[in-house]
Design a protein around this ligand. Structure first.
Ligand code: NAP
Ligand code: HSE
Length: 419
């Protein structure tokens, strides 16, 4: 019998305990051994979780319990769980986590500390989709050319509802929180940080790149309004928050931001809490992965799969899938050198000469306009909705600064990259 201790019996932790009980028949058959939850850790012992497992508020009860083989960390955070999983590994316990924030900062140290002890984290990226397994094992013969994906269920749920039902941002965020999709601090979701954490994990497996969230371009969906959605619809786009990793010679570009994507692209059709990731390998070509990216049961499905794997073999492949330099010369591309097409929404005073001055600034910054629309927002103000041909990020950023200084511009222009 394999005994499991769950540190954090919240949305995901409760589902893990429930799945191990509900699906014990197939789980035992596949693992070749019975797996039971011995105990769980929570902060609030008086809250009823509807589970028949022993609960404690002291992590030592799990970390120092010699009967526990596998510690499942589902409490969230970065430094506190880092200390906890290090102690678990030191006590020779295998670890399973869904905590992408922890891995975004400490994955390389954890790989070194874990050595031969199993440390698994399938649920940390794209909830129930086995993307880590695919990248680390199924595609291991390939050089990875790109990874492009919708990796945050909360944002995709929100963007879908805003687009299809015209629901306001705040109302829909509350709904995503109630459904158990959002992080404890939802700024991690809507600000793009959660997607960045996941992208960094995938980029480590694919490229061996050791970057931190602070090193890459991260933007969220907070500034997107119904004006942008109307523009997207008019020009045949969907708006999605994407994580993008692309290899270009000896550089890897890593970025997270909202994108306008042609409605005909597969990824544009992925709606609701679903995640979708495209991975292109040099030998296999494009592969696509789709499934629920958040929520208790979908996420716990991946956690339990890791537990079963460990119960089967007790061993882990190297945590990040390699144990010697992977692609030695690769470096992170600087944000300034990224190029894209862009969409801008500029709120301006609706009077003679304004458009001429705006287009002059585009020209001065070497940026060519592809389409332009003007939509009144009141009797004296209007939105200019402009899309550009391919331009450099540094030129666009400089141009936005130039435009926001103009006395007839109402607020900082909103920019969305077109993929
Ligand atoms: P959650 O519902 O907030 O659950 C967290 C649990 O951890 C709660 O039971 C909480 O106790 C316990 N906890 C937190 N801090 C603790 C501490 N210092 N000491 C003891 N117990 C502590 O969070 P969740 O949504 O299940 O997420 C858990 C992890 O999975 C996070 O790393 C998250 O990023 C990741 N994840 C979540 C999802 C999802 O869809 N929810 C998907 C993929 C990955 P109380 O209940 O007493 O407060
Ligand atoms: N908050 C995350 C999301 C949970 O919405 O995708 C899954 O990692």
């Amino acid at each position: 019998m394999i005994k499991v201790g769950i540190i954090g019996v919240g949305t995901v932790g409760s589902s893990v305990a429930q799945i191990l009980k509900d699906n014990a028949d197939v789980i035992t058959a596949r693992a070749g051994v019975e797996i039971v939850v011995k105990s769980g850790v929570v902060r609030n012992l008086s809250k009823d979780r509807g589970l028949d497992i022993k609960l404690t508020d002291n992590v030592d009860d799990i970390l120092d319990d010699e009967e526990i083989d596998i510690v499942v960390e589902l409490m969230g955070g970065v430094e506190e769980p880092f200390k906890i999983v290090q102690r678990a590994l030191k006590n020779s316990k295998a670890v399973v986590t869904a905590n992408k924030a922890l891995l975004a900062y400490h994955r390389y140290e954890l790989q070194t500390i874990a050595k031969d002890i199993a440390f698994e984290y399938e649920a940390s990226v794209a909830g129930g989709i086995p993307i880590i397994n695919a990248l680390r094992d199924g595609l291991s013969a390939n050089h990875i050319e790109s990874i492009v994906g919708i990796m945050n269920g909360t944002c995709n749920y929100m963007m879908t509802k805003m687009t299809n039902d015209g629901i306001e941002y705040d109302d829909i965020l509350k709904e995503a929180q109630d459904l158990g999709y959002a992080e404890a601090d939802p700024l991690f979701d809507v600000g793009g940080y959660d997607t960045a954490h996941k992208l960094l994990i995938l980029a480590s497996i694919a490229y061996g790149i050791d970057a931190k969230p602070e090193d890459i371009l991260i933007e969220g969906i907070q500034n997107i309004t119904q004006d942008d959605i109307a523009f997207a619809k008019e020009f045949g786009y969907a708006i999605k928050l994407l994580g993008i990793a692309k290899k270009d010679d000896n550089e890897v570009e890593l970025r997270v931001h909202a994108c306008l994507i042609s409605k005909d692209e597969m990824i544009a059709k992925i709606d609701g809490v679903m995640n979708g990731i495209s991975v292109v390998g040099d030998k296999v070509g494009e592969t696509l992965y789709y499934g629920a990216g958040a929520g208790g049961d979908a996420t716990a499905s991946a956690v339990v799969a890791n537990i079963i794997d460990i119960a089967r073999s007790g061993k882990s492949t190297p945590m990040l899938g390699f144990d010697r330099p992977l692609e030695g010369k690769l470096t992170l591309k600087s944000t300034e050198h990224i190029s894209s097409k862009y969409y801008l929404r500029i709120n301006v005073s609706d009077r003679a000469g304004v458009l001429a001055k705006i287009t002059k600034i585009f020209q001065q910054n070497n940026i060519s306009i592809e389409t332009m629309l003007q939509r009144p927002t009141s009797s004296s103000w209007a939105n200019l909705l402009i899309s550009t041909h391919t331009a450099l990020e540094k030129d666009i950023q400089k141009m936005i600064k130039d435009i926001e200084k103009l006395e007839f511009v109402n607020s900082t222009p909103v920019m969305i990259r077109i993929v």
